[in-house]
Design a protein around this ligand. Structure first.
Ligand code: UDX
Ligand code: ADP
Length: 483
């Protein structure tokens, strides 16, 4: 069935998270004639989006505050009014969370689609007239089928006799956190999957306000859904590949940075995404690969499933390996020792800690009885406590002698507001996030505050090795066989 070419005047986005918030802010900014309502059940998140102090926005993204300032109250609105916003919308974006299932069928691999399903039911209940429903969240292949089935069951006349109809499109988001605004404003491509050409063109015309036509790709629904999973799987695979090579470099005297440069100069390989580190984090990579694994097993392709599973296995191994080598270098024990963790976010320029490598590394060290002094410029201490499933303690005073926890050998942690505070009395610094401020640290000054012999474990390969060693500190740098 061909639906009428709809000029979109009113958009509703369900989910004001890392994807929905910035994406809708950019659409509203670039399309002042379209009213964009971003709705969420989470009242405090919506209050933060509406906060007059833009530094309180719930998501930290460079450039986002300026866009929100321009568009909010003009044609961009944040509210908890889910049902009326759906009713008024020509187009509804579903941008809710889809974490990996933690129980039941497909537990640990398949995505938990209960929030997506709830949204589809809400749209089915409240939508009026013709509504284009756009999947924005990353979803397992063939989710559109589920959404379509729910919507179709409620298709038909409204209470006032007016006809109701739905079309489902897939429009995966490829933005990366920390560069979300740049990625949205100048995307490599916009992907729209669907079967209804009028609906596809309605959505394409929105993006076309600022994205060149040749960058707007049109595919069928299933190719679009699968492309998103595959793009993330390929990117993650590069990181596991370079991390596997880093371990080899450390043993053979090679330097992973030099290897990455040499292989990245081959235009067929390319230079991006070849930074060795503590493993990938973020809400997408692991979840999407596990989805591919689940899908492959479901369709009877165990070898394909195992292939992708190994990308995740290597990632976890890299994190455990780093924790183990810290312990080994600190004379085989970190019990009661103070370690400074620099960075907790899964990468720089975000306050997001979902699947952050810092979590597993910190937990491994806590299990060994370490005392962790954690500094991150953007992550809140409540978030760290929730990730570590351990409340913070009051920072123990160095003058007061060994604390109760130190004596009992229990792992503990506390947040620090600056690096100097974190390194005081520490036996080691672990650099876990590549925040730019960690590149230019004054190691001579920091070394004075540490207990000797003291170490720097640079899991991101960002510090100046000579400056660290000349400050009298020992250094381990990921993938650097010469240290
Ligand atoms: C990713 C995809 O890039 C994006 O297209 C998709 O929409 C969502 O998932 P994001 O998770 O925000 O984005 O961050 P990304 O920059 O891709 O980094 C993911 C992880 O890989 C981070 O933990 C990062 O530190 C790590 N990484 C990245 C490396 O270890 N080395 C690299 O060379 C690049
Ligand atoms: P993402 O990174 O995919 O944007 P987030 O977890 O940051 O994921 O955001 C998803 C948002 O969706 C959350 O703020 C959550 O409260 C919201 N949400 C989930 N289900 C619904 C629903 N049925 N109606 C409205 N909002 C929802």
């Amino acid at each position: 069935m061909k639906t009428p070419l709809t000029e979109i005047r009113n958009i509703c986005c369900i989910g004001a998270g890392y994807v929905g918030g910035p994406t809708m802010a950019v659409i509203a900014d670039r399309c002042p004639k379209i009213q964009v309502n971003v709705v969420d059940l989470n009242e405090s998140r919506i209050a933060a989006w509406n906060d007059s102090d833009l530094s309180n926005l719930p998501i930290y993204e460079p450039g986002l505050d300026k866009i929100v300032q321009r568009a909010r109250g003009r044609n961009l609105y944040f509210s908890t009014e889910v049902e009326p916003s759906i009713a008024n919308a020509d187009m509804v974006f579903i941008s809710v969370n889809t974490p990996t299932k933690t129980r039941g069928l497909g537990s640990g691999q398949a995505s938990d689609l209960r929030w997506v399903e709830a949204c589809a039911r809400q749209v089915a209940k409240c939508a009026q007239g013709h509504t284009i429903v756009v999947e924005k969240s990353t979803l397992p292949v063939r989710t559109a089928e589920t959404i379509q089935a729910i919507l179709q069951a409620s298709q038909g006349p409204q209470s006032n006799g007016e006809p109701r109809s739905f079309v489902v499109l897939s429009n995966p988001e490829f933005l990366a956190e920390g560069t979300a605004i740049k990625d949205l404003e100048t995307p490599d491509r916009v992907l729209i999957g669907g079967e209804d050409s009028h609906a596809i063109e309605s959505l394409a015309s929105i993006y076309n306000k600022w994205v060149p036509s040749e960058k707007i790709l049109r595919t069928n629904l299933w190719s679009s859904e699968l492309s998103k999973l595959t793009a993330n799987a390929f990117l993650a695979q590069r990181i596991s590949s370079i991390n596997s090579v880093a371990a080899l470099c450390e043993l053979t005297g090679a330097d992973v940075k030099e290897v990455a440069k040499a292989i990245g100069s081959d235009t067929r390989i390319g230079s991006k995404f070849l930074n060795s580190g503590p493993g990938f984090g973020g809400s997408c990579f692991q979840k999407d690969i596990l989805n591919l694994v689940y899908l492959s097993r479901y369709f009877g392709l165990p070898e394909v499933a195992d292939y992708w599973q190994n990308v995740v296995t290597l990632n976890t191994w890299q994190q455990d390996r780093i924790a183990r080598l810290v312990v080994k270098n600190l004379f085989g024990t970190v019990t009661g020792k103070r370690l400074a963790l620099f960075g907790f976010a899964f990468k720089a320029n975000t306050n997001d800690t979902r699947e952050a490598p810092a979590i597993r590394i910190a937990k491994d060290l806590l299990d060994e009885g370490a005392q962790l002094a954690i500094y991150d410029p953007k992550v809140e201490s409540l978030q760290i406590a929730s990730d570590l499933k351990l409340p913070q303690i009051t920072p123990p005073s160095l003058k007061a002698g060994p604390s109760k926890a130190e004596l009992s050998g229990e792992g503990t942690w506390w947040p620090c507001s600056k690096v100097e505070e974190a390194v005081s009395g520490a036996d080691a610094v672990l650099i876990l996030t590549e925040w730019s401020q960690f590149r230019g640290l004054n190691w001579d000054e920091l070394a004075q505050l540490m207990r000797k012999p003291a170490w720097v474990f640079d899991t991101r390969g960002i510090v100046n090795k000579e400056e660290v060693t000349s400050a009298g500190l020992k250094i381990w740098r990921v993938g650097d066989g010469a240290t």
